[in-house]
Design a protein around this ligand. Structure first.
Ligand SMILES: CC(C)(COP(=O)(O)OP(=O)(O)OC[C@H]1O[C@@H](n2cnc3c(N)ncnc32)[C@H](O)[C@@H]1OP(=O)(O)O)[C@@H](O)C(=O)NCCC(=O)NCCS
Length: 123
């Protein structure tokens, strides 16, 4: 299930976010997590089953748009649908109030999650 990030999960959240290609640098990663902790428009969620297996972030851009901007799943638990479940859960949370979209880094996967068939490569 999707749970809101809390400071006591900082290490595990940073571990997950570090799988994002643009978050490899520790300084950048620390900046990102700080932004999620302090900026009221940045919301980080973790996907928890028995353990925390994934992370997904949303930035409220304005009164209209909520932008998904980080999606990461523990490498040992990939290709099991967790990424898609996180995207769907976050979309459900925000779609009543916002138009939900994804940033450049996540839009390939985000668009894939909106499709019903895995083999459909059309945009
Ligand atoms: C991207 C990521 C979150 C997917 O998580 P996941 O739990 O494995 O995803 P799901 O099981 O729901 O979906 C798997 C499908 O997504 C595809 N996929 C993986 N990464 C993708 C990407 N960057 N763009 C488009 N599709 C992608 C897989 O090839 C697989 O396709 P298939 O079902 O046709 O075989 C995970 O691979 C990850 O953490 N990657 C590292 C972080 C990253 O690069 N994030 C940026 C992209 S969101």
């Amino acid at each position: 299930m999707l749970t809101r990030y809390k400071k006591n999960l900082e290490k595990i959240a940073m571990g997950l976010l570090s799988f994002m290609p643009e978050e490899k640098d520790v300084k950048k990663l620390q900046q990102t997590i700080k932004e999620y902790e302090t900026n009221p428009d940045w919301h980080l969620y973790l996907w928890k089953e028995e353990d925390v297996l994934g992370a997904i972030g949303v930035r409220i851009e304005d009164e209209i748009n909520a932008v998904i901007q980080h999606i990461s799943v523990n490498p040992s638990h990939r290709n099991l649908g967790i990424g898609k479940k996180m995207v769907n859960a976050v979309t459900k949370l925000y779609e009543e109030k916002y138009s939900v979209c994804a940033d450049e880094m996540t839009e390939g996967f985000y668009n894939k999650c909106g499709k019903n068939t895995d083999s459909d490569e059309q945009i």
